[in-house]
Each structure stands twice: as structure tokens, then as C-alpha cells.
Design a protein around this ligand. Structure first.
Ligand code: PHB
Length: 390
């Protein structure tokens, strides 16, 4: 049956109106779920990540991939026992398009599982749990930070090069500590050193005295530590107060002295650590980032701020490739892997497993800065054991 020209015109107009409505709907905000600690020993780290993320968005007119951003927030308290419930608030209640978080490896493992189960885009701006870009790796999961193994390994290589032969390690007893120690041990023993004892205490305890006494009595050539946030402040002060700085040099993954130096003061001076960022990187990219961050937040950025900033860059790369269309999931996830991130830390790429391939700097504490004194490991990739993505 043939239709009248007037009917055809009306039908075409209706079609146009529907298409326009769908397009307008698509142009609404992207819902970003920030799951970070706002309380507890890692609270300041969560704030820095959020600040960094929002700084990049502000620098791009409040938009990523042409879409405005709406934030949803959950304080995860760095508590793994509440992690699944917390992440489901963002995924199921708030219906977010992308998850950003978190600091604590145990919490992030639950986030990665939920992101996999629900096929939600997930960018991890800190927690280094090796499994997230190992056996749990997935196209919708990318990290803007590191694996716990990476800085630990680089510090182990550097400690062996300094001629230390024996080491003790000390950390909190959870994934991040265990994996940082594994990295250190791999690097140190490859260079001819020997880890003679691993000391642990439960997260987030800060009663270090008995363990410091053990280090003092065993007198290894060097101590390697993984602590961060408020716990790192207390550990570095206690180590110095025990008089150990003079007898057993202390080194660590750079988190030991990042974002903590104002509080650690004299006790941290001269400490050597390894990390993928250093305050004094004298590049236009780092200088402009540091200036913009200081203007926006009235404080200096740290590695956590950089990782938050770069998480927004990675999301922007994905959304831009898809012209802001969330339905183009494969385009987004492919672009989030292909991007060369122009980071304040220096340019880095993302491995097939979804983890940064990056330089790890050797740094020395000078005043309130972690200054680079060399590169401990160039373009270091995590081994990504157990990940099948190519
Ligand atoms: C972690 O739990 O993976 C973690 C926490 C704090 C850091 C680094 C890693 O600074």
C-alpha cells in the first residue's frame, strides 16, 4: 500500500525527532564513580587522587570526550570487608558508567571482580595488587599507577648495585606489602643480595617497636619497607627515633616518603626510595602540572595526584576515540590500551594486561621533595603472570 506524500513527510519528521532525542540523551553527563578512602591511614591519598582527576577534567572545560562529568562518591575506608557492598552502591544504585578507585589493594581486588562481573569500565588510579593486571586482567580494566612488584623490584636492583649484601623487609601483612617485598627480593637477589628475614604486622597497625628491636639486633646491611600514608609517617619517625638510621640504612617503595614529607620532617632526610614519579622532574609537562595543582588546591601534588590526573587522561582517550558514545565499548577499551599517556611522570604506555610500562626513578629526600637521582629501571613492565591478553 502506498502512502501519501504528507504521511511520508510526517513519518520522516517523527523519525528525525526520535533520533534527535536519543542523541540529546547521549550527550548527557558521563557518570563517574569515585571509590576512594576519605578516612583512615590512606585518607590523604584518596584526596590527592580525586584532586588530580578533577584537575584534568577542569583543564578540559569540565568534559571528557566531549561529555560533561557527573561524580558519585563512596568512602571505602580502606576496608576490604566492606568493599563489595561499597562498589555495588556505585554500580547498582548509582548506575555509574565508569569506576575510578582505589588506594588499598584488598579493596581494589573486590572492585576488579565487580567490574568484571558487571562489565563496568574500571580505571585503577593506585592500588597495585598484581592480580588485577595478572590473572584478573580484562579489556575493561586499566591501571594508571603501578603494580606493587614494580617499585619494589627497582629498589631491589638499586640496593644490590649499592653493594648491600643482606636485607630485612618490613611491611603490613596484606597484598600490597607482600608483593612489594616479592619485587624487592626478586631485584635484590638477582643482583647478588640475600633477604634474610621478612617482618610483618597487620594493616593498619603502627606498633613498630618490637620489630625495630629485631632489626637492631640482626643488623642487616639494609632495611626495605613498604608503608604509605599515615602509617609511613609514623614508621619513618620511629625508625629514626630508634637510632637505626645510623646503623641500618632504610630504603623503600617510594610511597614511604610520598605525600608524607611535611609530617616526617628531619626523620626522612636523605632516604632513598624507588617510584615512577619524582617531584623535581624538570619537564614542561611536570612543571605546568605542579603549578596548576598548587594554584587549584593550595598544596603540592604527589604521586597519587599524578595517578588521578592520568586516570582522567586514559578515560579521555577512550571517550574521545568513541566520540563520547558509551555504546562503542570496544572502541573505548582499545583506545584506553593504545594511548601514550603524556604524564607529569614522563610519557608511558599501557601493557596488554592494562598496566603502565614506565621508568622507575631512584629518589632521594631533600627537604620536602623526593628528588630523582637516576633511573632505577627503564621502561619497566610488570611480568603480568597469569594474564592471557596479548
Ligand atoms: C596498595 O594497597 O596497593 C597500596 C596502598 C598505598 C600505596 C601503594 C599501594 O601507597
Amino acid at each position: 500500500m502506498s502512502r501519501s506524500p504528507r504521511y511520508q513527510l510526517l513519518a520522516a519528521a517523527a523519525l528525525c525527532a526520535t533520533a534527535f532525542a536519543v542523541q540529546a540523551q547521549d550527550k548527557g553527563p558521563i557518570k563517574v564513580g569515585l571509590m576512594l578512602p576519605a578516612t583512615g591511614t590512606y585518607a590523604a591519598l584518596g584526596t590527592a587522587i580525586e584532586n588530580g582527576f578533577k584537575l584534568y577534567v577542569q583543564e578540559h572545560g569540565g568534559k571528557l570526550g566531549g561529555r560533561s562529568i557527573e561524580y558519585f562518591k563512596v568512602d571505602d575506608e580502606s576496608d576490604p570487608s566492606k568493599a563489595t557492598e561499597n562498589v555495588n552502591k556505585l554500580i547498582k544504585r548509582d548506575n555509574v558508567d565508569v569506576l575510578i578507585g582505589t588506594v588499598h589493594s584488598g579493596v581494589a581486588l573486590a572492585m576488579a571482580k565487580a567490574a568484571k562481573d558487571n562489565n563496568t569500565l574500571y580505571i585503577n588510579p593506585n592500588a597495585g595488587a598484581d592480580a588485577i593486571t595478572g590473572p584478573m586482567c580484562a579489556p575493561n580494566i586499566v591501571r594508571s599507577s603501578f603494580t606493587n612488584w614494580q617499585p619494589g623490584y627497582a629498589m631491589g636492583v638499586a640496593a644490590a648495585q649499592k653493594g648491600y649484601k643482606t636485607a630485612m623487609t618490613i611491611t603490613w601483612n596484606y597484598a600490597a606489602g607482600a608483593e612489594a617485598v616479592k619485587g624487592f627480593t626478586d631485584g635484590f637477589e638477582k643482583g647478588g643480595g640475600k633477604v634474610v628475614k621478612d617482618l610483618k604486622l597487620p594493616f593498619p597497625n603502627v606498633e613498630f617497636q618490637a620489630l625495630l628491636t629485631e632489626i637492631a639486633s640482626q643488623k642487616p646491611d639494609v632495611t626495605f619497607a613498604f608503608f604509605a600514608g599515615g602509617g609511613a609517617v609514623k614508621f619513618v619517625k620511629d625508625y629514626a627515633a630508634a637510632g637505626l638510621r645510623k646503623t641500618v640504612p632504610l630504603v623503600g617503595s617510594g610511597f614511604l616518603t610520598d605525600g608524607t614529607l611535611e609530617a616526617q620532617g628531619e626523620a626522612a632526610q636523605g632516604l632513598l626510595t624507588a617510584l615512577h614519579y619524582a617531584d623535581n622532574l624538570d619537564t614542561p609537562r611536570n612543571n605546568s602540572f605542579r603549578k596548576a595543582y598548587a594554584v587549584a588546591y593550595k598544596m603540592n601534588p604527589d604521586v597519587y595526584a599524578v595517578q588521578g590526573y592520568d586516570a582522567a587522561q586514559i578515560l579521555n582517550a577512550g571517550l574521545t576515540a568513541a566520540k563520547g558514545d558509551l555504546a562503542k565499548r570496544d572502541v573505548i577499551t582499545a583506545a584506553m590500551r593504545k594511548v601514550v599517556v603524556d604524564s607529569p611522570r614522563g610519557k608511558f604506555t599501557i601493557s596488554p594486561a592494562g598496566n603502565p610500562v614506565q621508568d622507575i626513578y631512584l629518589r632521594e629526600v631533600k627537604g620536602t621533595e623526593n628528588d630523582t637521582i637516576g633511573v632505577a629501571a627503564k621502561a619497566l613492565a610488570d611480568p603480568a603472570r597469569g594474564c592471557n591478553l596479548k
